[in-house]
Design a protein around this ligand. Sequence first.
Ligand code: RB5
Length: 147
Amino acid sequence: MKIGIGNDHAAVDMKNDVAAYLREKGIEVVNFGTDTAESCSYPEYGEKVGRAVAAGEVDLGILICGTGVGISLAANKVKGVRAVVCSEPYSAKLSRQHNNTNVLAFGARVIGIEMAKMIIDEWLGAEFMGGRHQDRVDMIMAIEEKE
Ligand code: RB5
């Protein structure tokens, strides 16, 4: 399993903690984020991780900014990306099971590292259920084709 991780200046410390946690689990981590506290723009990192996921360079993406909102919005503009912002594990799990999300986002100014770990565990541990959920995901992806 290879995960692309991206972040802005608001989330450097959390990115490092999350990357270490993933590596402890034996997951390969590719760092697309900034590594300094210098102010930067989250769309750049959301797009980079989104493109890596869409191209199959990584299996999944994790994005962290202040809230998780801006960086996930940017990733969702990349064709093929289904990014979800989560502040709790239930939505993270269901976003995989029902929506087949391929990018997880959260906010370093919203949750702490222990909640982030729980969210990641639920997200990675869940499997897409397919069936009627596939039909609905297909409907979401078809919207891209209308643009
Ligand atoms: C940066 O100050 C902040 O706007 C960013 O990290 C994020 O929260 C945007 O959605």
